[in-house]
Design a protein around this ligand. Structure first.
Ligand code: 5GP
Length: 189
């Protein structure tokens, strides 16, 4: 791990500023307000990466909605998906006959999202859709549908605004790309 405590020092360049992120939330919030009008969706946040996105997104939605959280993991401390998805912490809410909207930070291989969607459908949800902030399509192995997303991203490891590197840096206000030397440090570990 880098010795410095300055959380900005590991960033090579910014990809999305606070303003970019705010604009994505506003745009998605408007779409979701229209699409969920008259429904009372259950919004399921995927811990921990989606916490900042979820709190900003739901405040842009003029919809009567419940919120719950699910923690599933396919990465551990690594930078590439292990391919195996584990349920770490479950919902408190019964999803039977509910319109469920999963809120996720980023979709990469799609395996985590596919796992969550299948789990909630199996439990009898009426509909299961997802809203992800970033859509990374380069490594997609699942044909899971991504109904709503803020922006596409290339095949680079991004951090900030909920997205972590070794469980740190989630509290950066923007989203940036890690410096190559930090990535090398981890790969040579
Ligand atoms: P998937 O199952 O789609 O391969 O992986 C989804 C999860 O991997 C995301 O919820 C996120 O935690 C993690 N992930 C994928 N790409 C990145 C990335 O570029 N940066 C960070 N911090 N996490 C990522």
């Amino acid at each position: 791990m880098p010795k410095t405590d300055n959380i900005n020092s590991i960033i090579d360049h910014k990809l999305f500023t606070e303003e970019d992120i705010h604009n994505m939330c506003v745009k998605l919030g408007k779409q979701l307000t229209a699409d969920y009008a008259g429904k009372k969706p259950l919004i399921v946040g995927a811990l921990k990466g989606a916490i900042f996105f979820l709190t900003d997104l739901v405040r842009e939605m003029d919809v009567k909605a419940e919120i719950d959280f699910l923690d599933v993991s396919s990465y551990g401390d690594e930078m590439e998906s292990s391919g195996e998805v584990k349920l770490i912490s479950d919902l408190a809410t019964d999803v039977k006959d509910r319109d469920v909207l999963i809120v996720e930070d980023i979709v990469d291989t799609g395996l985590t999202l596919e796992y969550m969607k299948n789990l909630l459908k199996k439990r009898g949800a009426r509909s299961v859709k997802c809203c992800v902030l970033l859509n990374k399509e380069a490594n997609r192995t699942s044909d899971v549908e991504v109904e709503y997303y803020g922006s596409k991203v290339g095949n680079e490891f991004v951090v900030g605004y909920g997205l972590d590197f070794m469980n740190y840096y989630r509290n950066l206000r923007y989203i940036g790309v890690l410096k190559p030397e930090i990535i090398k440090l981890v790969n040579n570990k």
